[in-house]
Write a protein that binds this ligand. Structure first.
Ligand code: UD1
Ligand code: UDP
Length: 392
């Protein structure tokens, strides 16, 4: 008798990605799902970010299956939310994936989760459960993630604390799995790749740093320099002016110190940063760095000053002290580990805390421990296991 083979159709899972950090954190999961025998990943980009997304897709060699091309210069929250909701909903209604995955707390996340809910397609939330308990900080991200939580069938929590945050909002424990953060998967992969290439001169050339700055700081392992990033909406205006004043004052107080600042493309960041810091020869303002080049920079900077969520999660793996230019953080584990310290945007506080790290070697050492509470690089594998079991 001839055995009949029953071919199970592959389940289609759409990974919806809008911005640079979503791309970095979804890339490991996309590659993991590519290995699956039962799930076929489909990469859908809203392109909430255009240039910064394309730059990051290229680093990982990713080609979107669908590109909704939604970014508009100077886009507002309401119009972007509306565009994501309607465009993603149209695509989901037409393509009917078996599940949708979103990552983080951007407008793409909230709009896509709601679109999937309307289309009756289950949603998985990667990096679920982060909370500051302050609805205005980060704005609008704290609200985005709170509104997303009840729309979700699978909550992939980076830490136990994140899971507890969801349980306290009456989210079903059965929907939660603690997986670690996929950013650690991406970071370890990228670091290993960089080490294999041994290409310092090429990275320095690609960064577009003025040659004198590159020579004095990047090519000299003993030089002291700060790596800076910033983009948070709640700091627009006064906050950014204060951060810039602090950086200026730090170069005045420490005559050897350099500052390297890849400036986010948001015009509300570009304008004050270039106006206030553009003429200081010890401050290099450059375009957003490719992810692998930014990892190279994080590895070599003396101290990192940032309001970035992702950088707070990456720094503990690099043993690099971070001063967080915000008044709140949802990355409480990195603060508890000693790597991250909240300093806000007050210039006096920023100068004081930076100077402390520069002048006190024991304190610097204490805050440079190599231990990452966000995982060990296996988050994507754990997420795949849950999806394969449930979508089987
Ligand atoms: C967004 C996310 C934020 C995330 C951040 C990562 C929201 C509300 N905000 O903030 O959670 O931490 O991305 O960086 O979802 N622009 C470009 N080219 C780009 C990217 C941005 O020109 O490649 C400019 C455009 O003028 C755009 C503006 O920046 O309109 C703002 O971009 P948007 O995605 O709305 O906000 P971000 O501040 O980048
Ligand atoms: N990053 C990068 N190039 C840069 C600055 C940051 O590749 O010039 C990376 C960084 O390592 C982290 C992510 O981008 O993984 C953080 O992005 P961003 O700060 O824009 O967003 P957030 O993490 O705050 O949502």
């Amino acid at each position: 008798m001839v055995a009949l083979t029953r071919f199970e159709p592959m389940r289609t899972v759409a990974l919806i990605v809008g911005t640079r950090p979503e791309c970095i954190k979804m890339a490991p999961l996309y590659f993991e799902l590519m290995q699956s025998k039962t799930i076929r990943p489909v990469l859908v980009v809203t392109a909430q970010h255009r240039q910064m997304l394309d730059q990051t897709l290229a680093v990982f060699g990713l080609r979107p299956d669908v590109d909704l091309n939604l970014m508009q210069p100077g886009q507002g929250l309401a119009d972007l939310t509306a565009r994501v909701l309607t465009s993603v909903h149209s695509w989901i209604s037409m393509a009917r994936p078996d599940a949708v995955l979103v990552q983080g707390d951007t407008t793409t996340v909230l709009g896509s989760a709601l679109a999937a809910f309307y289309a009756n397609v289950p949603v998985g939330h990667v990096e679920a459960g982060l909370r500051t308990d302050d609805m205005r900080s980060p704005f609008p991200e704290e609200m985005n993630r709170r509104l997303t939580a009840p729309l979700v069938r699978w909550n992939f929590c980076p830490t136990e604390q994140a899971r507890e945050n969801l349980l306290s909002e009456a989210i079903d424990d059965k929907s939660c799995t603690v997986t670690g953060n996929t950013v650690v998967d991406a970071l370890l992969w990228t670091r290993a790749r960089l080490q294999g290439l041994g290409q310092d001169a090429e990275v320095i050339a690609r960064l577009g740093v003025p040659p004198e700055f590159a020579q004095r700081y990047l090519a000299n392992p003993k030089a002291r320099w700060l790596l800076v990033t910033g983009h948070r909406r709640e700091s627009f205006g006064l906050g950014f002016e204060q951060i810039c004043r602090a950086l200026q004052q730090l170069t005045e107080r420490h005559p050897d110190l350099g500052v390297l600042y890849p400036v986010h493309l948001n015009p509300l960041v570009q304008e004050p940063v270039h106006r206030l810091l553009g003429k200081n020869p010890r401050i290099a303002l450059i375009a957003p760095a490719r992810y692998e080049d930014f990892v190279w920079l994080m590895d070599r900077a003396t101290v990192i000053l940032t309001d970035s969520g992702g950088v707070q999660e990456e720094a503990p793996s690099l043993g690099k002290p971070v001063l967080v230019l915000r008044n709140t953080t949802e990355r409480v584990e990195a603060v508890a580990a000693g790597t991250c310290t909240l300093v806000g945007t007050d210039p006096a506080r920023i100068c004081q805390e930076t100077t402390r790290l520069l002048d006190d070697p024991a304190e610097y050492l204490r805050r440079s421990k190599l231990q990452n509470p966000y995982g060990d690089g296996t988050a994507a594998r754990k997420i795949r296991a849950v999806l394969e079991q449930d979508l089987g």
